[in-house]
Design a protein around this ligand. Structure first.
Ligand SMILES: Cc1cc2nc3c(=O)[nH]c(=O)nc-3n(C[C@H](O)[C@H](O)[C@H](O)COP(=O)(O)OP(=O)(O)OC[C@H]3O[C@@H](n4cnc5c(N)ncnc54)[C@H](O)[C@@H]3O)c2cc1C
Length: 287
């Protein structure tokens, strides 16, 4: 398959992943929120801009919230240490949803629950500072279930846009198939996007840069002992023996590996190299 055709197939996959995520996320149609009740002065807030802080997945999230007497007009995340890409959707969508529905009780973004909750908590703190009561800012968003059926055709349908699914989709596309990738969360990447390093015993790159061969037998024995021999030994053996083919495959598709001096995992101590898993996903999806 030519590079151009491969890129086109990848573009199709990406569009489908993204649009299907949107479809899945948008399976329910939200109706107008019940308007929060005013207090005895007839207003909800003391107008102004307030700051609030909540706990995200990686640490504190700070927001700035602007209100008029009866309306939340602007919500902005001003500081956070969330993982790029994983939290991006939450940082964009949650503030917009809070302004649209005038409540902090909006849906979180699937796959970025920690960031979503942190933003909502921070906005709540800011609104309480603005003088609102908890009840007034936590009105439920009413939803009406709707069906949104889309007819699509493909040679191959891959369920799950994590590392395995994305690699399967890329391989199918490289072999000329029209591929649809279905992902249930709003953000492709799955658990793969949360990995810290990449295990690759004796990859082509490792050999090129002169690393000593990795003693996979020693690692196999150590891992199996650590797991009291409860893990599937054949699978662990296969993982150790084939990890280099995965690294080579990724490198052939443009992924650049970075050697790590300080070991974060067994394989790195034995002289291989690491790369964050999110980079893998991004590279495959942007290829
Ligand atoms: C915290 C953590 C850290 C880790 N660190 C490392 C590490 O440093 N190095 C390493 O080598 N390994 C690490 N691992 C293990 C590694 O991440 C996994 O083995 C690997 O990501 C599994 O890949 P996968 O594609 O099979 O699954 P996933 O990456 O989890 O992908 C599965 C995808 O399928 C989707 N899905 C599931 N059901 C459906 C459905 N019904 N419809 C549509 N979509 C669906 C999910 O939302 C997800 O996106 C780590 C695991 C965890 C949890």
């Amino acid at each position: 398959m030519t590079k151009k055709a491969f890129s086109r197939s990848l573009a199709i996959i990406l569009v489908l992943v993204l649009s299907l995520s949107t479809i899945l996320v948008g399976c329910t149609k939200e109706q107008d929120t019940e308007v929060a009740g005013s207090d005895s002065t007839g207003t909800l807030f003391t107008p102004g801009t307030y700051e609030g802080e909540g706990q995200g997945f990686n640490g504190p999230i700070k927001v700035s919230v602007t209100v008029t007497e009866n309306e939340i007009t602007k919500v902005e995340v001003v500081e956070h240490s969330e993982t790029e890409n994983i939290a991006t959707s939450a940082i964009e969508q949650i503030p917009a949803a809070i302004v649209e529905h005038q409540t902090v009780a909006v849906d979180g973004v699937t796959g970025a629950t920690g960031a979503s909750n942190g933003i909502k908590e921070a906005v709540k703190e800011a609104l309480l500072k603005a003088g609102a009561s908890e009840d007034q800012i936590s009105k439920e968003v009413k939803k009406e279930a709707t069906s949104n059926v889309v007819d699509l055709e493909a040679d191959v349908v891959v369920v799950g846009a994590g590392g395995s699914g994305t690699a399967a989709a890329v391989t199918a596309a490289e072999n000329g198939a029209k591929v649809i990738v279905l992902e249930k969360t709003a953000i492709p990447g799955g658990t793969t996007a949360n990995g810290g390093g990449f295990f690759a015993a004796d990859s082509r790159k490792a050999r090129e840069i002169g690393h000593e061969p990795v003693d996979t037998d020693m690692i196999f024995d150590m891992w199996m002992k650590e797991m009291d021999w409860k893990a599937d030994a054949n699978l662990v053996r296969q993982f150790l023996d084939l990890s280099h083919t995965t690294a080579d495959w990724l490198e052939d598709r443009g992924l650049v590996f970075h050697k790590v001096e300080e070991a974060v995992q067994q394989s790195h101590a034995e002289g291989t190299h690491a790369i964050t898993s999110m980079t893998i996903i991004q590279r495959l999806q942007n290829n």
